[in-house]
Design a protein around this ligand. Structure first.
Ligand SMILES: *[C@@H]1O[C@H](CO)[C@@H](O)[C@H](O)[C@H]1NC(C)=O
Ligand SMILES: *[C@@H]1O[C@H](CO)[C@@H](O)[C@H](O)[C@H]1NC(C)=O
Length: 388
């Protein structure tokens, strides 16, 4: 789920402005048989489709542990997922399913407290086509009027709960990857006409051109100079469920690429992907703090700025501790971020948080402490603002 969330967050508009020249160039270069944007595009309402935990208290189940053979046998995991077919028939779904778009999909997973994940597209847009219902003994996911954009992994798991804290029961899971085949759509539609893929030397990079037809033959192409990029399994591999995976990204991989798919005598090209190399090492955020003034007169306004420079796709969260906090002193805190293009494919994300105190009084004098956090850790910086 965090991966999913990340890709949604990354789709936030912030970087569009500096890419305008690229967008225009790509737009002009757009071929006739290009990939289409998804239908049913609706404004995002976060959290709308999330599954809310029920407030029922359930005794935590302690998984049974066999003493003998435990080091030799892998834990038995039997899928808890069933697909409901017409006329009330059930079947265990295969690892991949191919369905015609427009069909209704109904999946059920056994258990009284089931978690689900499904393609990010359904989460990003408020989508009345998807419903999840927890019954006493099973949970039911129904997707009506499916489209090729719904192509992806649908999975469920049982939850072991102790009070309100739940964790995934690894022994009770189920999943299937569904290809929704739609006329004229070989690629899973994307919400934009281009995408940016960051190449980090220490992790895999993915050009996410996924197809809607299991049997499609997919190739990767560099736009300039025009050339097919070999994906022969040593450096770049194609994974039906993810796209082209760069196993060890390096700076020579930079440039604009696109994918081509062929199936049933038809071929189509994907949107374009701009590959950018990022050489910032990963770690806790590198943070600086600066007050508009460190000596302030009564009645003046003061603002303190906390800045983080980091990798383009790493989200930063800010927290403040300030002198007036215990007296619930009203302040304004504004968080923003943008990308700075430094040339030669170097891109930095600048994330900032500004705390503003109007009409400075005695209770506002003291330490302003900013904590910036990313997935790798946190950094705390402080500055003082005194009465002059
Ligand atoms: C599904 O499609 C039918 C026919 O186009 C339409 O009447 C119905 O409202 C759609 N349902 C949802 C939930 O979008
Ligand atoms: C795979 O591709 C790389 C270049 O990307 C090339 O150096 C290598 O020889 C190729 N291997 C095979 C088995 O074709």
């Amino acid at each position: 789920m965090p991966g999913l969330l990340f890709s949604i967050l990354r789709k936030k508009t912030g970087w569009v402005w500096w890419l305008m020249p690229i967008i225009l160039a790509l737009w002009e270069a757009e071929a006739v048989t290009g990939q289409h944007p998804p239908k049913n595009k609706r404004p995002k309402e976060p959290g709308e489709n999330r599954i809310k935990p029920t407030n029922k208290k359930v005794k935590p189940k302690i998984p049974k542990i066999k003493d003998r053979d435990s080091t030799y046998s892998t834990p038995k995991t039997q899928s808890i997922m069933m697909q409901v077919l017409d006329k009330g028939r059930f079947q265990k779904p295969a690892a991949t399913l191919s369905l015609l778009a427009g069909q209704t999909v109904e999946l059920r997973c056994k258990g009284s407290k089931i978690g689900w994940s499904y393609p990010a597209y359904l989460d990003t847009f408020k989508d009345s086509r998807l419903s999840v219902k927890q019954n006493e003994r099973y949970s039911q996911l129904t997707l009506v009027n499916s489209t090729s954009a719904d192509t992806g992994e649908f999975s469920c798991w049982g939850q072991l709960c102790s009070g309100y804290i739940c964790r995934k029961d690894e022994a009770k899971t189920g999943s299937t990857y569904i290809f929704f085949t739609e006329k004229g759509e070989l690629f899973v539609p994307s919400s934009s006409y281009f995408d940016v893929v960051y190449l980090n030397p220490d992790r895999q990079a993915v050009v996410p051109c996924r197809v809607t037809v299991l049997s499609a033959k997919v190739t990767l192409h560099r736009e300039f100079p025009a050339k097919e990029i070999p994906a022969n399994g040593t450096d770049i591999v194609y994974d039906m469920k993810r796209g082209f995976v760069y196993l060890q990204p390096h700076s020579e991989h930079q440039g604009v690429v696109y994918c081509r798919a062929e199936a049933g005598g038809r071929s189509q090209i994907s949107i374009k992907y701009q590959l950018l190399y990022v050489a910032v090492p990963s770690g806790p955020p590198s943070t600086t703090i600066l007050a508009s003034s460190n000596k302030v007169r009564s009645g003046d306004d003061v603002s303190v700025l906390c800045t983080v420079l980091g990798e383009p796709d790493v989200e930063v969260e800010f927290r403040w501790i300030f002198p007036g906090q215990k007296d619930e002193r009203p302040v304004t805190i504004q968080d923003t971020w943008r990308l700075i293009h430094r040339g030669l494919g170097h891109t930095t994300r600048i994330s900032q948080s500004v705390i503003t105190v109007e009409d400075f009084e005695t209770i506002d004098a003291g330490y302003y402490i900013c904590t910036a956090q990313n997935l790798q850790g946190q950094t705390t910086v402080a500055t003082t603002v005194e009465f002059s």
